[in-house]
Design a protein around this ligand. Structure first.
Ligand SMILES: C[S@@+](CC[C@H](N)C(=O)[O-])C[C@H]1O[C@@H](n2cnc3c(N)ncnc32)[C@H](O)[C@@H]1O
Length: 402
């Protein structure tokens, strides 16, 4: 099959409080992480945007500062609700804050404040994901040590809040076909739709390491999963607090268009760098999914429970009928087509000739170890996945159809 699909990616360097460039009901997914109210690294940003924040903080009035900071975010959520299509999703990554100010230590529950506001805006609150961020720092415990009753538990998680605008999204005939192409694997469903995520051991595969750490960037994997879970290939994903552009990179990897808003223009070169690196990083992630699926099929076959369905575009075995039209794509290139607009090209993933539909594994109980089945093929796949884990995505030879 030879087809080419394109997606567009535009960054606007202004506040997400007004998404004037976007019409009503024009994006299928909002995926974002705002600055977190009452976390010190964002004090200056909020003080600039909301008169009164600086004074409240100086006066030790944390409750007022918290509300004023959330008023800035409230304006963005209202715009997100406006531009979402009916049935579109919003995924908001946010952590609570703990802080000692004025009368003392307390929790500032950002996640519940955002849920409250989004519900007022008519968004339907759905089960949330806890992103567990374990810290082994010895001084992580807060409060009076081993003496009751003045110690506080440590915050070791953030939230991914999930909302939907109204009822389930409706799909026409073309939309239904696109939805089937955008399916994910059964085993990915089992992992991704668990309500606790931990990315321990998953490296940041995007460049800009120090800048990413300083900017509160979320992991590429977080964005990539959510985009695959809550939107279709060809959809548009909005990030109103786009920072280093992680959402844009994940959109490029997953063949979605993206729009980002960022109030700090210093991020412009960082976003450009992220976008330029996205085809390589994104293709590596797709390749890794194939490798993981191949290992899954191999394991199931060894256990005498091989998948019973065949995926039509790729020819490999899959667990369910819903995966039979799943079509993986890889981003092949990006080019700048406007001041801050990029176009990405995507092609269907072609399995390499040495891996025809995982056929060698599809031999029921007599299947041996994967290496014995496919010889160098497996070694190459493993080398590719290892290269990704080590951050050497550039060394991958990608199996794409020219
Ligand atoms: C938590 S960071 C987002 C990081 C991003 N998810 C990433 O992976 O790089 C929040 C970003 O929002 C930006 N910001 C703050 N207020 C804003 C506003 N009103 N509109 C748009 N961006 C804003 C900050 O400059 C910061 O880059």
């Amino acid at each position: 099959m030879l087809w080419l699909m394109t997606s567009t990616h535009t960054a606007y360097f202004r506040s997400g409080c007004s998404l004037g460039e976007l019409s009503d009901a024009s994006v299928e997914l909002v995926l974002t992480s705002p600055p977190y109210p009452m976390i010190e690294m964002w004090d200056a940003s909020f003080a600039e945007q909301a008169p009164g924040v600086g004074k409240a903080l100086e006066a030790g009035d944390g409750v007022t500062a918290f509300e004023l900071m959330h008023a800035v975010l409230d304006a963005v959520w209202a715009e997100c609700a406006r531009v979402l299509v009916p049935g579109g999703f919003a995924c908001i990554n946010i952590g609570d804050a703990t802080r000692t100010l004025g009368t003392g230590f307390q929790l500032y529950p950002n996640h519940s404040r955002v849920i409250q506001r989004c519900r007022q805006l008519g968004l339907r609150s759905l089960p949330v994901i806890l992103w567990r961020k374990q810290t082994n720092a010895p001084n992580k415990f807060m409060g009076s040590g081993m003496l009751p009753a003045g110690a506080y538990v440590t915050l070791e998680h953030e939230y991914i809040l999930v909302f939907r605008k109204g009822e389930k999204r409706e799909f026409g005939e073309a939309g239904k076909a696109r939805r089937r192409r955008s399916a994910f694997f059964w085993e990915e469903r089992n992992e991704w739709f668990s309500d606790v995520w931990s990315f321990k051991g998953i490296r940041q595969e995007l460049g800009n390491g120090t800048q990413r750490a300083r900017s509160g960037a979320f992991p590429f994997e977080l964005a990539y999963r959510l985009i695959n879970m809550y939107s279709l290939q060809g959809d548009t994903v909005l990030d109103p607090f786009v920072g280093t552009g992680t959402t844009m990179a994940a959109g490029i990897a997953a063949a979605r268009s993206t729009v980002g808003y960022e109030s700090d223009p210093a991020f412009e070169p960082v976003i450009e760098q992220t976008i330029n690196a996205a085809p390589e990083a994104g293709s590596a992630r797709v390749f890794e999914r194939v490798n993981a699926h191949r290992e899954f099929v191999s394991r199931r076959t060894e256990e005498g429970k091989p998948p019973q369905h065949e995926n039509t575009p790729h020819g490999f075995p899959v667990m369910t009928r819903q995966e039979t039209e799943l079509q993986l794509t890889v981003p092949t290139a990006v080019r700048k087509i406007g001041a801050t607009t990029f176009q990405a090209a995507h092609k269907p993933l072609q399995l390499p000739p040495w891996l025809p539909g995982f056929a060698a594994q599809n031999t029921g109980g007599s299947a041996g170890r994967p290496d014995e089945q496919t010889g160098t093929g497996n070694a190459q796949l493993r080398a590719a996945a290892t290269a990704r884990a080590e951050g050497n995505c550039g060394q991958l030879a990608l199996p794409i159809d020219d």
